[in-house]
Design a protein around this ligand. Structure first.
Ligand SMILES: [Zn+2]
Length: 251
């Protein structure tokens, strides 16, 4: 066994952090390594690993030039500008439904991307990303590459955001597949994982002959948390952005 020290601020980092109207994004703008989607300089930016998986997914479904990235990472200042512009142009009702409050946007994390079917006159706030055709194919394969449709129809009361079929969030594999199979939003997935305490009853997920164990580790208050883990396993840790960590172990 080895002991890993998780600093207090690690709760607010990682691909599974939950950012919504109740949980602000707490990292500094410069805290993430970003890459342009598709490797082109003028393209929207995404967190490095998310950008690589999005590129692989787009290639796999044959969507290069047919699906375009409209908006990716935003600084806090940019989110404020978008919110204020939308408020002036579209009013409060529309803006509250589709634009997150500055400091509370997933786009500030680098893990969110708005996509559009490539057509003339793409709408910046509500791009067209239909359920069928190439967009449907993308949607179907997205969880295998770690992406979920973050704001589904009928879940507005949970996510606090209107139905956004164009907004995808990278949470990583197998989390995206589990969320899709169980029909869970990210809010619900975190609540569900709290029933799977680390070292007690991990959630088990089997893929290609490997067993993946997913569990929740509560963060120590006022100091670092210690993670005791098997020497031989591959694992990842993500904060949940409120009170603990999601530990994913590959056996
Ligand atoms: Zn978005």
């Amino acid at each position: 066994m080895r002991t890993i020290t998780l600093p207090e601020e690690a709760v607010f980092r990682g691909s599974l952090i939950l950012v919504n109207s109740r949980c602000p994004y707490r990292e500094k703008d410069c805290g993430i390594a970003l890459l342009p989607v598709g490797g082109e300089d003028h393209s929207p930016l995404l967190e490095r690993q998310s950008a690589r998986f999005l590129d692989k997914l787009i290639d796999e479904v044959g969507a290069r030039d047919r699906i375009v990235a409209v908006s990716g990472w935003r600084s806090g200042a940019e989110q404020t500008r978008i919110f204020e512009t939308s408020l002036a142009e579209n009013g409060i009702g529309f803006t509250k439904k589709y634009v997150a409050l500055p400091g509370h946007s997933e786009h500030q994390t680098g893990f969110a991307i708005d996509l559009a079917e490539n057509k003339p006159d793409i709408d910046f706030i509500c791009p067209d990303f239909p359920s069928g055709g190439i967009c449907g194919k993308f949607r179907e394969r997205a969880p295998l590459y770690g992406f979920v449709e973050r704001y589904p129809k009928g879940r507005e009361n949970i996510t606090g955001i209107g139905w956004e079929p164009w907004h995808f969030r990278y949470v990583g594999f197998p989390h995206a597949s589990i969320m899709q199979q169980r029909g869970l939003t990210l809010e619900e997935y975190h609540a569900f994982l709290k029933e799977h305490a680390y070292g007690q009853n991990p959630l088990l997920y089997g893929v290609s002959g490997r067993n993946i164990e997913i569990s929740y580790l509560r963060a120590e208050k006022g100091g670092p948390s210690l993670l005791e883990i098997d020497d031989t396993v591959h694992y990842t840790v993500s904060g949940n952005n409120s009170d603990g960590f999601v530990i994913t172990v590959w056996r």
